[in-house]
Design a binder for this molecule. Sequence first.
Ligand code: ADP
Ligand code: MG
Length: 545
Amino acid sequence: MSGVLEYALSSFLLQGAWVAVQITALAMVAGLLLGLMLALMRLSPLKPISGLAWGYIWLIRGTPLLLQLVFIFDALPRIGIRLDSTTTAVIGFALNEAAFAAEFIRGGILAVSKSQSVAAASLGMGSFLTLRRIVLPQAMRAILPQISNGTIAMLKGTSLASIIFVNELTFRAQQIVATNFAFFTVFAAAAILYLTMTTVITLVQMVLERRLDPELRVIGERPSLLGSLWRMGRPPVAPAPAAPVAGPDEDAGPDAAQPEPKPAMRPAEPVLPAEPVSRVHHAVSDEPFVVFRDVRKTYVLHGGYKHEVLKGVSLDVKRGEVVTLMGPSGSGKSSLLRLVNHLEGLSGGEITVDGALVGYRRANGVLAPVRDLASARAKARIGMVFQHFNLFEHFTALENVMEAPMRVHGVSAAAAREQAMDLLDQVGLLTRVHHLPQRLSGGQQQRVAIARALAINPSLMLFDEPTSALDPELVGEVLSVIRKLTEGGMTMLVVTHEVRFAREVADRVIFMDEGVVVEEGTPQQVLEQPREKRTQRFLRMVEQG
Ligand code: ADP
Ligand code: MG
């Protein structure tokens, strides 16, 4: 046994281990970066780019690493590149790892809900910013165990490099055995060294996994290596749980860490008044603010099949006006909203917001999309609220609201924080600012989402069925926040089936079906005396609930 230890601590084997560590570390970093690039290429809608990445992955995964190493060792000098064998090994291992990393990174990215990038886009975040801040941090939790796997496999696999004369651990062990035939002792020593190194990798993985856990980050636990091991297997200490109960009132519960917000800033009572309807008053100018002219949208589906969902919609929304949009599922309401801030491209017609096209420029009378869509969206300052909230899952309420002002509009952290606190106060969530979305009720999440949209100082707010995904008792708290916005004079386009809400706050109600506007008018006209059969049928249906 002492012989084993003696070999394990001999500088000859330790140097071999060090070579293995160096090759692994360098090749892994390079392989992951290249793998990320390949993963993004694979996800590209451009066929030549995704095809190129596919081909690379196909080739590298389909051939033995050993052959790849020999090939590179032989090929590089022929094109005039002379490198030592260790560097060659790093290149070989990196190129090989990239093919595997590309696939697990792509898997991690695909596992992050598309709604996260849609929300980021609506806030004016560009694709690189979205990748760095929103998608990759969430994908990392799925990717990390695979990185750890890959690192361990590579470390052990570095012995293959002896084929191109890299003097690493296994190779050195064999050299000793060749002289003294002490198979067991020498190989056991090598095994101990491998085991030590792979154990370190496993420990690092454990620490990183805990760091990536948003819950632990939120409660400010920054575990050390030992701390992580100590806590392994114990349930995380969670913050005081937010009981998912209704109404802004619970925010002043016993776990309220902040002083109770001023009553004037709290949303109005969520309970909607009984008839007669008390109309909310706000000023509407005559000036058109959002103009839709013969707007058409056709989706091209798999196999080239075309689906026309908007068949020439024309309408104006005036500055300060609140327009509610109703219509059966599939009638094109969401598509219409997504066209306004260019989350989706027009198939025909045009839309202007405050006189300007969003993400298009006019060239010889036709619209051409601009290259930098994200900046165009950021400049247009159009706030959007989604049916399923689409909050950034790894951010707290406060971070969700601060993200776009800081990263898109260059607001300082202090100013963004102050504004975010103020907005969260206005939606009645001052005591929930450090909660992750998963610890908030649906109504609370939607109120955070509204605060997040307001944080970009929008000139127009788009709501896409903001209460449809909520339990009935949570609808009121969200509607009361929206109602307060209308009092402030915000121009709004609200897709909703809440008839009572529309009666109270809408200046105009638009009823759509099958991609066209069927009927429009005041809430009185459309909701009380609908002219069209389709409108009547639809209203009967929603009023029956
Ligand atoms: P609504 O919001 O009124 O329910 P949508 O605008 O979501 O309607 O959808 C209208 C139609 O367009 C539906 O038939 C839907 O399946 C289709 N559709 C929506 N988005 C897409 C898309 N990205 N690709 C293909 N079809 C889509
Ligand atoms: Mg919809």
